[in-house]
Design a protein around this ligand. Sequence first.
Ligand code: AMP
Ligand code: MG
Length: 344
Amino acid sequence: MHISNLTAALALAVTLASCSSPAPTNTDNSPHTRDVFAMDTYMSMKAYGENGEKALSEAEEYIKKLESDLSATSPDSCISRVNSADSKPTEITDEAAEIIAKALEIGKKTNGALDITLYPMLKEWGFTTGEYQIPKTEAISRILRNTGFERVQLSGNAVTVPDGFQIDLGALAKGFTSDKIMDIMRKNDVSSAIVSLGGNVQAVGTKPDGSQWKVAVRDPFAPDTDMCVVEIGSKAVITSGNYERFFTGSDGKNYWHILDPSDGFPADNGLVSVTVIGDSGLECDALSTALFVLGDGKAQDYWDANQGFDMILVTDDKRIVCTDGIADSFTNMSGMDAEVLSRD
Ligand code: AMP
Ligand code: MG
């Protein structure tokens, strides 16, 4: 694995962009659009072509269904039934089972950095209600005894968690949702569509003029401004950042919503944001959270050992590290240095 400066790669990207003139694939240039508030997130969807409106309506309906299945805070969801099942097996939907299977897989591959049993800890910090507090040490120790993703059992569509354990799929649900929206687009023969679920973006095809989608990633040090733009085709671009949900404690420190399962505190291992780019929204979402927890060095090691995705890391000392698969389609708009990570 080695790191090089981005300048050379960027120069190449600019040259390629000016040489290529993609053929138009769709002549209908006016998008159908839909905004939905669900899963505690503003979602905006854009679909081009004659079936766009129908596809968006189907997508909206499906988002509402997923929300009512997956929300840990709504008492009727299948996740809430799991959380109050007193260690008995609970039958869940196919969708919830697929997400939990992925969560357990990535939990295992990241040595527990992704842990869907942190829900009681998230509640204790107030991240589920907005009534924030820094928990007492005793509360953290007590709750940590009732966490650990490896204690979740999934057998077909039946899930069992030990008494006192509670799960939450917040780290992966939006990526799964954008995968399903893309499936709905394809099923309706929409070949050009893009969605943003609270800044997590996924696209189908290209823009109607045949060019790539330009996706902005926010600057974690100035979240109202864009740090960089990546150009993508049918990909997901999913970010986890410490600026997304946080509060300032009475000690003047910021505490954010991504917790380190090893100590129950906000993960603070050298990264302030992680963007994962790949084909599967579910996988990218799981990884963005897990790599954020792993921190700078271990996130790079994970990428080195696992294929199938690219990433943009931003470190707390203001460096950008992006992997070589997206270096050519990455434009740095920040004052930070960007380095390229390669596997050789
Ligand atoms: P994301 O924005 O995708 O990184 O997901 C953050 C959400 O995942 C939080 O709001 C929590 O609901 C949940 N969460 C926080 N820390 C973890 C963790 N280490 N493993 C799994 N889920 C987590
Ligand atoms: Mg995530």
